[in-house]
Design a protein around this ligand. Structure first.
Ligand code: ACO
Length: 410
């Protein structure tokens, strides 16, 4: 018999199986708790509860570890492309050269949108937030691609997954183009996934657009760093929406809506605003004192994380990427110097050491995206674009295993 855990109530003791994962702590399987004891557990923030079984992503917040299918995030960001990481998340292993070529061809062939969707955009106000447009357009995809919405058919699931990953850059770029009043730029399938997105966003039909390889690599890396992050709020939203049998386009639209919240996808914008507000390195000590003052609501944005109580492994990669982008674009923005010095000062301050507050992924990502030319309203859109593969992989994992369906009944 495997390991068990005993729960004692006032009148009796109950044994529950203990399940051991491939990494991380054991979990107590309490599915029979109510039947045996008449009691529920109470854990509204899921701080001690695993909501599902998943082979996709593992986080050890105390050690600052993030693994996708067993591979450390730092290694993936250094050695792989976003397309390779997407393949890894969807299929469980990194692709061979041929498998990658085949996957890239498949994704590339789905980059165009149904032409009628362009008309759909014109129904939005020009000053609408691009995340509002993303929610609307992605939700509407099921009205355009209903030939791939039978979720019981693995082929339909595969095609709709590919469509979502492939079309998201086109949808995001069009949301941007619409907001600045420029014509939509059609995809160019001779470019990489990320190069194509840059061209659709910053290119115009009147001139050729040359993709800057450093910017392309930096953005591709940002996409890798945001591709998946375990059972966070938006991923749990996608899973729960999917548990009712909703089609994948509707589920991803639900994920986008959840990601839009400032507590989830909005922190990089807040971090960038804070760095601008600080302005020059000599003002840093004043802001550090404010962050430590219990009577002041100010917090160091981009510092601290609910899960990571150590350096967020994604922040390390980001810091290196800022340097590359600033050098390549010859950006001379004091905001980077402020960020570097702020980080160093905070990491040496007893308050931040004691509370285990380290830079998170958002501390540097806003600085990079802004240097590339993205307005702050697009930051969360880019996050959604990158996270789509994680959402889709998690959704597929759940649908492929009926035991994983959440609360499917009303
Ligand atoms: N600046 C100053 N003090 C902080 C900060 C910060 N950034 N973060 C936490 N603290 C302090 C809190 O005041 C609290 O102090 P106390 O114990 O004396 O009351 C202690 O550290 C613990 O804080 P909690 O909010 O309880 O920690 P939690 O782990 O729940 O919070 C959170 C994590 C919400 C991310 C927090 O660190 C924060 O607000 N950070 C700034 C916002 C941010 O960068 N968010 C992005 C997260 S990454 C992402 O979503 C992709």
């Amino acid at each position: 018999m495997g390991k068990t855990a005993t729960l004692g109530t006032e009148s009796s003791n109950h044994q529950f199986p203990v399940v051991t994962g491939s990494v991380g702590p054991d979990v107590i399987d309490i599915r029979k708790l109510y039947a045996e004891t008449g009691m529920f557990t109470y854990d509204p923030g899921f701080t001690s509860t695993a909501s599902c079984e998943s082979a996709l992503t593992y986080i050890d917040g105390d050690e600052g570890v993030l693994l996708h299918r067993g591979y450390p995030i730092g290694q993936l960001a250094e050695q792989s492309s976003f397309m390779e990481v997407s393949y890894l998340l969807l299929n469980g292993e990194l692709p061979s050269k041929d498998e990658l070529a085949q996957f890239e061809t498949t994704i590339t062939r789905h980059t165009m949108l149904h032409e009628q969707l362009a008309t759909f955009y014109r129904g939005f106000r020009r000053d609408g937030h691009p995340m509002a447009i993303m929610c609307g357009v992605v939700g509407a995809l099921s009205a355009f691609y209903h030939d791939s919405t039978d979720i019981s058919d693995p082929l339909h699931r595969k095609i709709s997954s590919h469509r979502l990953i492939a079309k998201m850059p086109t949808i995001a770029a069009m949301a941007y183009k619409y907001s600045v009043g420029q014509p939509f730029v059609y995809p160019d399938n001779s470019l990489s996934y990320t190069g194509n997105f840059l061209r659709m966003t910053f290119g115009v039909p009147a001139e050729p657009y040359v993709v800057n390889p450093v910017v392309e690599k930096a953005l591709d890396r940002i996409f890798i760093l945001h591709a998946d992050h375990e059972q966070n709020a938006s991923t749990s939203t996608v899973r729960l929406a999917g548990s009712s049998g909703a089609n994948p386009f509707a589920c991803i639209a639900a994920g986008i809506a959840c990601l839009w919240g400032p507590a989830h996808g909005g922190a990089n914008e807040a971090a960038l605003n804070m760095l601008h507000e600080i302005g020059t390195p000599d003002r840093i000590p004043h802001f550090i004192e404010r962050a430590k003052d219990k009577n002041d609501p100010f917090r160091l944005m981009g510092f601290g994380h609910r899960v990571y109580k150590n350096y967020d492994p994604r922040a390390t990669v980001m810091q290196q990427t800022v340097r590359e982008v600033f050098d390549a674009l010859k950006v001379n923005d004091p905001v980077f110097e402020v960020a570097l010095q702020l980080e160093e000062m905070a990491l040496n301050d007893p308050y931040f050491i004691e509370k285990k507050l380290f830079p998170n992924v958002d501390f540097y990502s806003g600085v990079i995206l802004s240097a590339i030319g993205f307005p702050t309203t697009m930051f969360t859109v880019l996050f959604a674009l990158a996270r789509t593969v994680g959402w889709v992989a998690q959704w597929n994992e759940m649908i492929s295993d009926p035991g994983q369906i959440g609360r499917a009944h009303v």
